[in-house]
Write a protein that binds this ligand. Structure first.
Ligand code: 8YV
Length: 329
């Protein structure tokens, strides 16, 4: 007998309890072995599916949409959605959803951890110790820069940027500067104690620069050689937004030449590949895109993606839509 339940594909392995939740409502196909599907294999798996659970890496483009006429919703388990061609999805009548809010504080923690690690040379110190290089204490061994009381510059003052600003201002007594496409309303600026400045002014004044920008055509290589040249030689650069927002080759050169002091990177151009010049630098703390990686937060992100699938396919309403669509014919 044919099932009357909608069909959903879960593109990557996720929490078993979330698969179970989805299975109560849908005919679920999963990818338990985490097979790396080509785009064409992904399209083939999507045949006859009304919904897909994506984890941020699976591309949804016009070709896929044309080849998957049954698809009605793509639910991303990520706040970023540069893997989605949203205008093409809207044109095709396919709903796009992301997973905002639930990851804000955890991701801000992750960004702050990288800032601390880079400025205070924490990961560098660990490598030094593990390599057996710690023979005796000296006054200048692995001295870094202070974070407390310094000036923090934030590019991208959305929810995560604001959570980082609060940590800096309230927890570490930092002066907070920010630059954003649009300036925050005065009450929101006051709540995070941040001063709006031009891009170049931020780069010149900040002791630590944190990037929380999405990847768009306008943000590609937003920080490259010209921007790095404006920064203080003692400054730290942290990127937790998207790979490609920083020109990694230019950053590696600046780090190698001591034109800035240190960097902390969670995202990379072409990840999971990392530019070999960055790997060769000691003054950079590197993590594999884990800023949102706490168990409760990743579970909340997965449940929000599941809620969006359930809400839309069963009740016609998603919690966190990125577009407005009329039902696919
Ligand atoms: C995700 C992220 O873990 O939410 C985002 O946009 O970058 C991370 O929180 C990553 O996208 C994989 O899902």
């Amino acid at each position: 007998m044919l099932s009357s339940k909608p069909s959903v594909l879960i593109a990557r392995p996720i929490f078993p309890e979330v698969v179970q939740r989805l299975s109560a409502h849908f005919d679920v196909s999963a990818n338990p072995g985490d097979e790396a599907w080509t785009h064409d294999q992904f399209i083939a798996r999507l045949q006859g599916k009304q919904g897909v659970f994506t984890t941020g890496g699976e591309r949804i483009d016009a070709r896929l949409l044309a080849a998957c006429p049954d698809l009605r919703i793509c639910a991303n388990m990520a706040v970023g959605y540069n893997n989605f061609d949203v205008p093409a999805m809207t044109a095709a009548g396919v709903l796009a959803t992301n997973a905002p809010d639930v990851l804000t504080e955890t991701t801000a923690d992750g960004g702050f951890a990288l800032l601390m690690a880079a400025a205070r040379r924490i990961t560098e110190g660990e490598h030094y110790l593990r390599a057996g290089r710690w023979q005796h204490w000296s006054y200048d061994m692995l001295v870094g820069q202070d974070v407390h009381g310094s000036t923090l510059g934030i590019f991208g003052m959305g929810r995560i940027g604001q959570a980082i600003a609060r940590r800096g201002a309230l927890g570490f007594g930092m002066k907070v500067l920010y630059h954003n496409r649009t300036r925050l309303p005065a009450d929101e600026e006051a709540a995070v104690r941040a001063e709006y400045v031009a891009k170049d002014e931020l780069l010149r004044r900040a002791d630590h620069v944190v990037l929380v920008l999405p990847m768009t055509p306008a943000t590609r290589h937003y920080v490259g050689a010209p921007e790095l040249a404006l920064m203080k030689p003692t400054a730290t650069l942290v990127n937790i937004g998207r790979g490609g927002v920083v020109d990694d080759a230019a950053l590696a050169q600046a780090l190698r030449e001591g034109r800035i002091a240190a960097a902390g990177l969670d995202v990379f151009e072409g990840e999971p590949a990392v530019h070999p010049d960055l790997l060769a630098c000691t003054n950079v703390a590197l993590t594999p895109h884990i800023a949102s990686a706490s168990i409760p937060t990743r579970l909340a992100m997965a449940n929000l993606a599941a809620d969006n699938l359930i809400g839309y396919l069963l009740h016609g309403k998603a919690l966190t839509p990125l577009n407005a669509v009329s039902r696919r014919a």
